[in-house]
Design a protein around this ligand. Sequence first.
Ligand SMILES: [Zn+2]
Length: 186
Amino acid sequence: MIVAATIGHAGRPSRWADRGAVFEGVEETSAVRRYTDGLDRELRRMGHCCVLLSDGEYRDQWGRADGYRAGVYLNCHVNAGGGDRGLVLHDHRSARGRALAETVAAELDRALGWPCQARACRPDTNGVPRDADFSEAFGTIAGVRAVALCLEPYFLDGPRRGEFLGRLDEVGAAVARGIDGWARAA
Ligand SMILES: [Zn+2]
């Protein structure tokens, strides 16, 4: 199976300077690159193909993922705001997305020392930013044909950030195991 993964925030011509969250000198994009590197390595070891996308608007990247006939599309981030959990977000319209999110969240939860949960994301319903609609996440995955997730495996400024930044390979490998398990069960 082909998995297409976007380095969140990176390489968008409309926001060329965006590196996502920054905390204590660590940029979100660099942490994402490191866990997608682990993802790529583990997926290849399992016999899957990983295409890493790191330039173009998200809409263009969805088109490229579709062009590659990717079975799974990931828009990869690290959260900010001081939380102590991971989130795996799926399109609220997709039952397969929900199943994939639950499998990936379970692998992350098992591998890491903090709770990781699957949640649906949807367009904003009430004008409140950053609430349980997760509308920002929805905007990163809403238009791709592949089964899609927005990944937020931890918080860049969370209390266990040191441990998180030391285990980015394991984060990527856990996501890969979740995708592989979901693909085998499908
Ligand atoms: Zn982000």
